[in-house]
Design a protein around this ligand. Sequence first.
Ligand code: NAP
Ligand code: HSE
Length: 433
Amino acid sequence: MTVKIGLLGLGTVGTGTVEILQEPQGRSPLLKAIEIKAVGVRSLDKPRQVNLPPEVLTTDLETIVTDPDIAIVVELMGGLEPARSLILQAIAHKKHIVTANKAVIARYGPEIYEAANQHGVYVLLEAAVGGGIPIIKPLKQSLGGNRIESIVGILNGTTNYILSRMTSEGADFDEVLTAAQQLGYAEADPSADVDGLDAADKIAILASLGFGGRVKREDVACEGIRSVSAVDIAYADRLGFVIKLLAIADGNAGENSEALQLRVHPTLIAKAHPLASVNGVYNGVLVTGDPLGQVMFYGRGAGAGPTASAVVSDVINIVGIITSSDENPALDPLLSCTHQHYCQVSSIEDLVTRFYCRFLCADVPGVIGHLGMGFGNHGVSLESLVQIGFTDGCAEIVVVTHDVREGDYRAALEEISQLEAVKEIPSVIRVLS
Ligand code: NAP
Ligand code: HSE
């Protein structure tokens, strides 16, 4: 039996996917059952890295999602529209969906999954989070016996690549971003990577799977890496930390223990922490569950081959079901999604965490005392306070706090920023507790 598939998109991931499908030797025998019937692109004139018969390529993507011969639509075009509409149209035509599009799923997941359940088709998205790392299926299936307590991940390859090279080589931000784009890691608009939006999409998806409810994308507090400077990376190093863009879903971090904390931000993590050594385009996801404890997933988080590996694994899953079952099998609950309620999410103000903060102050007597007083007035306890150097004639003072409620910390910073001796507060970075 042959299963015909249609691809929407033949860019970085689409090309990697076709390469695997065209070279089935030594891979899953199910690959031999797959035929690429059509591939939708924007331009027919673009040179392609894979050989496909010219009649397979089309710019009319609607013919793919409505083609009665096609059983699986693989959406690898990215962006919100027309990707969302094409996915919904394909579902309405009873096609299974495989997608790498975390932006669409994080925003329109409920609409898409409701349509999929109604039409009895699967929407699989292993490639949408963690590139080649298997993390969706483990959360849906292998960890199902656990009560998930937290998911902490380096989920964006582009920013991890940038921060790693800034740390190891002192490389310049813009130069490294260009390299990440050339390597095919970055989104079409790389601000989605750099501003943390892509990682926020991904943690919204993982949280929904791990904590068993829908998650509103806007509930994820999000800061990117534009504010992370070489100076902070160097101070972090001296204090025994590295700086990573972490995406966190925590069932225990807020004052309201019933609610989830969802956030993406640059974070100081101790050099001994398992995520500290996840460098370059690699992603790492540390899941803590009861009774398992910690389990870590690690691998290449972006790029053609690794992402295509995840895409093809989803295609194979569906091909396996299609080729081995009767006409209209019931949906497997371990592969489909039936969440109805939304997870309760607490405000970032209620987060309890440690903070690193760098101050530029006038070098006058008593300034450290004033800083200590400002923090003390809001119940913020300090773990360390060091004056290391001078920048632009100002004393550079670095403070690391003990655990503190974020709202109280921000109130202390507001009071401190009014002090005459405090000239600037260039960076405030959370520290993983
Ligand atoms: P890409 O290189 O920009 O490729 C996009 C492809 O879609 C191109 O072939 C483009 O056609 C086609 N396309 C886009 N808009 C179209 C439209 N309106 N009509 C027809 N064709 C259209 O993107 P990518 O890096 O492969 O990413 C694809 C998806 O995978 C995105 O959702 C992304 O977030 C996700 N993803 C990417 C990676 C990665 O490492 N790159 C990893 C994980 C997930 P042309 O070729 O004619 O321009
Ligand atoms: N732009 C994304 C990243 C692609 O850098 O992680 C993988 O989802």
